[in-house]
Write a protein that binds this ligand. Sequence first.
Ligand code: UDP
Length: 330
Amino acid sequence: MKILVTGGAGYIGSHVVKQLLEKGCEVVVIDNLSKGSFKAIESLKGIKKFEFINLDLEEITKLEELFKKHKFEAIIHFAAFIEVFESTQNPLKYYLNNTTNTLNLITLSAKYGVNKFIFSSTAAVYGEPDSGEIKEDSLLNPINPYGRSKMMSEWFLRDLASSDEEFKFVILRYFNVAGASMDGLLGQNYPNATHLVKIATQTITKKRDKMSIFGDDYPTKDGTCIRDYIHVEDLASAHLSALEYLNSGAKSEIFNVGYGKGFSVKEVIEKAKEVSGVDFKVEISDRREGDPACLVANSTKLRNLTNWTPKYDDLGLIIKSALKWEEKIK
Ligand code: UDP
């Protein structure tokens, strides 16, 4: 099966490419390497050869050449910006890359009859849910441009599928991904990453001398935000399950991808200290704009309708794998 993967040099994309290659799929990866890592591409080529093209999704003519050259059977679309706070400061950057470029890609997908589309979406489309686990049919009410940029792309896919019965999509709404591949091959390479577990492991490894908790006055058990942290290999395997699901001829679907367990920022930091045996300095600072108090997945639908079986549902293990990776890239 020949698959186009956009953003395949990125953190989640590279883990998915790894699993696709291990399964014997033929993969063409495009990435503009703005956040993605060429090292990840080189590591992946050790598993199986594949075509990598340094391409920005804005380069529509070159992108179309690819569709003419290859007969793709499916597209897995990762390429996007992902930082909530940055999206509040520079919204148009997010709408251009996450929304306009996605529309262009979907347009080519429709034009060239590529009828299976797997899209990286986010729990940020839900905004500020009341409480408890979030189901896929919960109200979509994103509170930041990042979430809105993804929600619009979701609608492009939903509307296209309504008008074209051949076209099928799976939208995966990611909760908080963390960790690194268990064999040590891949991890989060981007040095300026802003995500909590990454920051904690950079502090443990002394790449930072301290870290901050962004707000301890949220309406949660300890005042800090709650998230559902999922190991990157389990998130990656959800894409392979989604592909099998589409290959079985099933209808378009939207799936949450998380474990259904919420941990506060304080709990994550405590766990990071515990598994590393390193005490580090933590400051309380102001809330970060755009952060909802609590996001926890109900992923029953993914578990019931696909063959997805998570293997690393353990916060300590997630942090340990992230730490091992951070030590490796010192
Ligand atoms: N966070 C924090 N300090 C950091 C990084 C993140 O307190 O250095 C908090 C952030 O405010 C949010 C949670 O950790 O409440 C998860 O943030 P992250 O950026 O990892 O993921 P997001 O949920 O924004 O996608």
